[in-house]
Design a protein around this ligand. Structure first.
Ligand code: ADP
Length: 216
């Protein structure tokens, strides 16, 4: 099963992805793969950090290479943060076809930009394992350390206003048209991202019968 998760920052994609991971899905999160590239190579860090700091899109060639390297044909896979533009969507379609696969469902985590700003105000991330928390809606046990690995939680630098503005611009101009295309193809399911994490997860489970066949 191939799942694509799309939506504004803070709409609950990563939280839903970690629930799906507990159920045996392989999660391919582009933001995390890029952070790993930066941590492992000074040369790549030099090239990638300025782009990520400006919240611009990294070039499609590297993104597609990272997908290729991390894709496991045997695994049920969730793509988080990919595709973000038409070129990546086209590439994904061809890539999956070569593997004899296709997208099973696109989950569109939908809420307003106002709702997004409200959510991001309290968002925290674990420095080590990247688990995402929220001060009010989804706090860790003590509110300052990660429940998984006890590392300190920090506010995501991506959530600063200038970066958010850039991300929104890219979302409106490049990502939204891809979501519309998936809707036209009948592949996209709208998930109400204003709900609690648990309700959102149940809505995801009900969005496609293959989730139920696979999990229950
Ligand atoms: P988000 O998914 O909320 O935009 P991430 O933490 O996943 O944030 O990504 C951080 C940064 O990594 C983005 O601002 C962008 O620079 C880069 N990035 C992530 N996914 C992609 C992608 N599919 N294509 C190009 N760049 C990407």
């Amino acid at each position: 099963m191939i799942v694509v998760m799309m939506g504004l920052p803070g709409s609950g994609k990563s939280r839903t992805a970690s629930r799906l991971e507990n159920r045996g899905f392989k999660i391919i999160t582009l933001g995390n793969l890029l952070r790993d590239e930066i941590a492992n190579s000074e040369e790549k860090a030099k090239k990638l950090l300025p782009i990520i700091e400006r919240a611009e899109l990294v070039d499609d060639e590297l993104i597609c290479k990272l997908i290729e390297e991390n894709f496991d044909k045997e695994a049920d896979t969730v793509f988080d943060g990919f595709p973000k533009n038409k070129n990546q969507a086209e590439w994904l379609k061809k890539f999956l076809k070569k593997q004899g696969k296709k997208i099973s469902v696109v989950l569109h985590f939908d809420f307003t930009e106002e709702e997004m700003y409200e959510r991001l105000k309290g968002r925290q991330i674990c420095k080590k394992c990247q688990m995402v928390y929220h001060e009010k809606n989804f706090p860790s046990i003590d509110g300052i350390h990660c429940d998984n690995c006890s590392e300190m939680l920090i506010h995501k630098i991506d959530d600063e206003p200038d970066r958010l503005k850039k991300k929104l611009e890219i979302y409106r101009t490049e990502t939204k048209p891809v979501i519309e295309e998936y809707k036209d193809l009948g592949l996209a399911k709208v998930i109400d991202a204003t709900q609690s994490a648990v309700d959102m997860y149940y809505e995801v489970m009900e969005s496609n019968k293959r989730f139920l066949m696979r999990i229950h």
